[in-house]
Design a binder for this molecule. Structure first.
Ligand SMILES: [Fe+2]
Length: 184
């Protein structure tokens, strides 16, 4: 289950103070994030899905929830990815999204298993959302954020896209991500 930790924004090279708020209550996380323009939901976990299930099996297991999201938004493209701790490119893949960036498209993710840390820079706050099995997150286009998959990444996630070709990171050049806790 996910966890939200809310911090005040810091200026560069300054450590953030104690969290303003921490919550593992899905309802409270959804309300706090909704008030900040971020979508959060819990999907019922499909326990019968084996951990090594391929992308087709993952998409099929969550077809109902995917259809619901696609009906409410504009995400015609959907895929499923898996990263394991022995991935040869894990260091480069982790580094790729570890600095603050934005996308011209929404970033929409559902965590089938494993975990990842989404860090959202929202006005004068930073919201760290630890996403775990069953967590759905929708980060609107233009939201400043970074993502940490950890030094030994292990997750499987469903991704929904407006247009996967348009989903590229535009780095802000703000070093703020260096001040906040990482996944490990
Ligand atoms: Fe991103």
């Amino acid at each position: 289950m996910g966890r939200l930790t809310l911090y005040a924004e810091t200026s560069s090279a300054e450590r953030p103070g104690a969290p303003l708020l921490e919550s593992s209550d899905p309802q409270q996380i959804a309300e706090l994030l909704a008030a900040r323009g971020i979508g959060y939901d819990r999907w019922p976990v499909q326990a019968e899905l084996p951990e090594a299930a391929d992308a087709a099996a993952v998409l099929s297991a969550y077809a109902e929830e995917i259809a619901r999201v696609q009906a409410s938004g504009t995400y015609p493209t959907v895929d499923a990815i898996r990263l394991s701790p022995d991935h040869p490119d894990r260091v480069a893949l982790r580094q790729k999204f570890l600095s603050e960036h934005t996308h011209a498209e929404d970033e929409v993710r559902f965590f089938v298993e494993g975990r990842g840390l989404f860090c959202l820079h929202l006005g004068a706050e930073v919201a760290q959302v630890l996403c775990e099995q069953g967590d759905f997150l929708r980060v609107p286009a233009g939201t400043r954020h970074w993502f940490d998959m950890g030094s030994a990444p292990r997750f499987s996630a469903i991704r929904l896209f407006d247009n996967p070709e348009g989903w590229v990171a535009v780095f802000t050049g703000d070093p703020i991500a260096e001040s906040y806790p990482l996944l490990d």
